[in-house]
Design a protein around this ligand. Structure first.
Ligand code: UD2
Length: 336
């Protein structure tokens, strides 16, 4: 009888121990984080096709004449720092879609043909690309043959008597485009100056969260010489002794969310300055530089990605991929 009483207490204890062991085994062998905690959209590894052949990477041999990483560990893209075959293989299978904005207001329409034709030859060749042309002269948009997967949409915008306003208003219109159109059909966006043309590959190596291009005119200078906005009352103000690089207003991009944040902030800061009677030294380029000082770009493109045709090429610039053409400001701008 006593034996029976002991057993009746032991059985539940044994069962409980077994249950605990099963739970412990399950816990140790399964993922620690339940799947509903992991947002499946955020995957950071890059998937390559199996058996892809490309040259062996090295961590001791490579470019020694340039710096290829920022102090916050964002890559700085130069020729020789990436493998185009590898990158194309990774990103082509993701079936990404890239939007491009380009403004051709007033006489700047004359640059559009060259921009579009050279983009066909060099910009994300083989990818889905959608170019959005903003112009006050929709009838003058040239017909350019585009490859399969590439298309062009024209958006009408008002003209302006001041080039500064045309240049600066781009942020507002980019923000609207993202809100109204791109959320549905694009992964990345690049915003480019029209008075420019492509000469060499601009491709998947440029993709990133927030992407900035280093201005070709100042990258050898001390930051005290950068043409940041120096009035402390301006929302674009960068103090002496501050700033990383001087970035171009003529080329920037990234994923939609990041470019939306950038455009929205620059637009509202620009408008706040305007209310106070301030126009930053280089309009939206000044606001972009202020933004990038605080919100560091996750990928930085070297000046290969926006050179200037009037500048002789420096030895570290092994290729010019995209450059601003020589223009006569007095002839093409609505004001001087
Ligand atoms: C620099 C920047 C530019 C912008 C500007 C300051 C580069 C290479 N360029 O160039 O992006 O930040 O400083 O505002 O970094 N536009 C028209 N019609 C006009 C005037 C301008 O469509 O009448 C558009 C056009 O897309 C042009 C862009 O605005 O490419 C910038 O104007 P810009 O090229 O005259 O400015 P720029 O050379 O001073």
């Amino acid at each position: 009888m006593q034996m029976y009483a002991m057993n009746s207490k032991a059985v539940p204890a044994i069962l409980l121990t077994l249950l605990l062991m099963v739970v412990l085994y399950y816990y140790l062998t399964q993922s620690r984080v339940p799947t509903y905690v992991i947002p499946t959209g955020y995957v950071f590894h890059l998937e390559t096709p199996d058996h892809l052949q490309y040259s062996q990477p090295s961590i001791v041999k490579g470019r020694t004449d340039v710096v290829a990483v920022t102090p916050w560990l964002a890559p700085i893209v130069w020729e020789g720092t990436f493998n185009p075959v590898l990158l194309d293989s990774i990103y082509k299978q993701k079936k990404i879609s890239i939007a491009v904005t380009v403004f051709a207001v007033g006489k700047y329409i004359m640059f559009l043909k060259n921009f579009l034709e050279t983009a066909e030859q060099h910009f994300f060749v083989g990818f889905n690309v959608h170019v959005y042309v903003f112009t006050d002269r929709p009838k003058e948009v040239p017909k350019v043959n585009m490859a399969v997967g590439r298309q062009l949409t024209v958006r009408s915008v008002p003209s302006s008597k001041r080039w500064q306003e045309i240049s600066a208003r781009r942020m507002e219109l980019i923000q609207k485009l993202i809100e109204e159109q791109l959320r549905k059909n694009s992964d990345y966006i690049f915003c480019l100056d029209v008075d420019s043309k492509f000469h060499d590959r601009w491709g998947a190596e440029s993709l990133g969260g927030l992407v900035a291009v280093i201005h070709p005119g100042y990258y050898l200078d001390d930051r005290g010489k950068f043409p940041y906005e120096r009035q402390s009352a301006s929302k674009a103000y960068v103090a002496h002794g501050e700033g990383d690089f001087y970035y171009c207003g003529g080329a920037f991009g990234g994923i939609l969310e990041e470019v939306y944040l950038l455009a929205n902030t620059c637009r509202s800061n620009f408008e706040e300055d305007a209310k106070n009677g301030i126009e930053a030294a280089w309009q939206e380029e000044s606001h972009l530089n202020r933004y990038m000082w605080i919100n560091k770009p996750s990928k930085v493109l070297s000046p290969e990605y926006l050179w200037q045709d009037f500048k002789p090429r420096n030895p570290e610039v092994k290729t010019v991929r995209f450059s601003g053409v020589i223009k006569n400001y007095a002839d093409i701008r609505p004001n001087v």
